[in-house]
Design a protein around this ligand. Structure first.
Ligand code: VG1
Ligand code: CO
Length: 542
């Protein structure tokens, strides 16, 4: 029986870089999740009788919100819901399921790399029929609706069994509980040379994959250990836990430190990788060789043709603005276009749909291609393995080779976390106000040559996204970029992205910290980070 429940708006349901993320306690307020889900349904048109995909990364509150969403989907007139068994779907797997089954869209329940548990974070994101995150026009309409909502539709019905594969009925809607891994693993097998990777693993190549007790565990076990024959134990932390074992499921050098230490040690396997809470990020470390995500994008683009799924070459490459220009050199070398977009995967969707790009990436450990409309951690690992199997050399040799050919973009991101929002806003406001005076200003890295606030015009539909990050540029192509995070749930995080390009034939083996020291000082000089934040060093460097 359908119930129309009256409600009042919450004023804080503005989606950020990737959906709405809040503390679990916020989501546990009566009507909070309901208001958001109804607002999503209210701005969509024409879904009556159609299919919705629902799945999440298994974090605390996942199962409860799935039951809410199932009842509301039925009461709002969806014809069918595909839900991952146990409520599990990694973000890239959800994207694939939406595409494969021609669904109208999907609800992806995740706060991605943010920690999980009763006192940590939860999130909800809506993906459209192409499998990708809703574009800005849709997320803005959802937000506007949350401010005006006065009722939501639900059912009075018991919970659905989401742990047993099969089909059942809920208020006239069909609920299909699907294997969360099989479709995705099949897709991977269609893109990569599994026989070559299996042969490499059989010939003594060793790897370690840290699933960080997050959603990728079941995918990684099926693909690496079952289908590719890597020994049991290759996947570590392979069981998804509601609180990720108290860890922060962010595959960077801080939170995946154990893997990094192992990879730098004497008994390192040949290849190490990790993924994040919802499976869309990847960390790549070779034996004794860390690969920055920006470099990984460039190397994968340069070598993609070695994988069967990309043997025809790439149409183009896209990267988010703060991502290093390493991929630009590869695009230039391949004679294909390079697009620079704002931060967040939602900006790649139109370019992928239009066939203008094949591979996309972000400095935040996100890489992906036109196989889905999300970034994809396991995909990136498999493409690396395919390249290693084809080239028969190690990660360090591939990097040395790449830099010798294209030059090296020394790169680091400095995050200042937990800043009071007013202070972070004041820093950005002052920086924006200083833009006209910055060109010509002397800094420890030389004179500023140009400075702006990045704005993006989508080449497919002309939509404009302004104020996407302040860029301070230097004559030699070095730069510092400043923006505030749009995924946090507490205070503000300032991200400072620092990059220096060293051409082929130059100093390609510097320590990154040394290479970037003058630029780091220049970033401090132009933005007065210490003064505004009271912090004399970043909380995280990646
Ligand atoms: C961060 C990253 C961005 C990424 C986003 C979602 O956003 O910088 O590149 O797309 O997270 O990734 P922000 O606004 O905090 O800088 V995930 O894996 O958290 O969905
Ligand atoms: Co993620």
């Amino acid at each position: 029986m359908i119930e129309v429940v009256s409600t009042t708006p919450f004023t804080d349901q503005k989606p950020g870089t990737s959906g709405l993320r809040k503390k679990v306690k916020v989501f546990q307020q009566p009507d909070y999740a309901e208001n958001l889900i109804q607002s999503v349904f209210d701005v969509l048109e024409g879904f009556a009788g159609k299919t919705l995909v629902i799945g999440g990364d298994g974090r605390f509150l996942n199962r409860e919100v799935i039951q809410i969403a199932l009842r509301m989907a039925a009461a709002n007139g969806f014809g069918r819901v595909l839900v991952g068994q146990g409520g599990i779907l990694s973000t890239p797997a959800a994207s694939h399921v939406i595409r494969k089954y021609g669904a109208f869209g999907g609800l992806v329940l995740s706060a991605s790399h943010n920690p999980g548990g009763p006192d940590e974070d939860f999130g909800i994101k809506y993906n459209i029929g192409n499998g990708g995150p809703a574009p800005e026009a849709v997320t803005e309409a959802i937000y506007a609706r949350t401010l005006a909502i006065d009722a939501y539709r639900t059912l009075r019905a018991p919970d659905v069994d989401i742990d047993t594969p099969g089909t059942c009925e809920l208020g006239g809607m069909t609920v299909e509980v699907i294997d969360p891994v099989a479709d995705y693993a099949d897709l991977m097998e269609s893109l990569f040379d599994f026989a070559a990777i299996r042969a490499m693993l059989g010939a003594g190549f060793t790897m370690s994959f840290d699933a960080m007790s997050a959603v990728t565990g079941p995918y990684a076990k099926e693909i690496f250990e079952v289908r590719l024959g890597a020994p049991a134990g290759t996947v570590v932390n392979g069981t998804p836990l509601p609180d990720f074992g108290h860890h922060h499921p962010d595959p960077n050098l801080v939170h995946a430190r154990a893997l990094h230490e192992r990879m730098m040690g004497p008994d390192a396997p040949d290849f190490g990788a990790a993924s994040d809470g919802d499976g869309d990020r990847n960390l790549i470390i070779g034996k004794g060789q860390y690969v920055t995500p920006s470099d990984s994008l460039a190397v994968l683009a340069a070598n993609a043709r070695l994988a069967p799924g990309y043997a025809g070459g790439l149409a183009g490459i896209a990267r988010s603005m703060p991502t290093s220009g390493a991929a630009d050199r590869v695009a230039e070398g391949l004679g294909i276009p390079l697009y620079e977009t704002p931060t967040g995967w939602k900006f790649f969707g139109n370019l992928l749909d239009a066939g203008m790009v094949t591979i996309c990436g972000e400095e935040s450990a996100g890489t992906g291609s036109d196989h889905v409309r999300e970034k994809d951690g396991v995909w990136a690992v498999l493409l690396w393995l395919n390249v290693l199997a084809a080239r028969k050399v190690g990660v360090a040799a591939i990097m040395a080779d790449h830099w010798a050919q294209f030059g090296r973009n020394y790169y680091a991101r400095h995050d200042y976390e937990g800043i009071a929002s007013e202070r972070a806003d004041a820093l950005m406001a002052a920086l924006r106000a200083s833009l006209p005076d910055l060109p010509g200003r002397a800094t420890p890295a030389g004179a500023v040559s140009a400075a702006d606030d990045f704005a993006y015009t989508d080449p497919t539909d002309g939509s404009v996204s302004a104020r996407q990050g302040v860029r301070v540029l230097f004559a030699d192509g070095s730069r510092a970029v400043f923006r505030l995070s749009g995924t946090g749930t507490q205070g503000a995080t300032l991200r400072v992205y620092i990059e220096r390009y060293e051409p082929a034939g130059g100093n390609l083996a510097l320590d990154t910290g040394d290479a970037l020291a003058p630029l780091i000082a220049a970033a401090e000089a132009v933005a007065a980070i210490r003064e505004y934040t009271g912090m004399d060093r970043p909380s995280v460097i990646t």
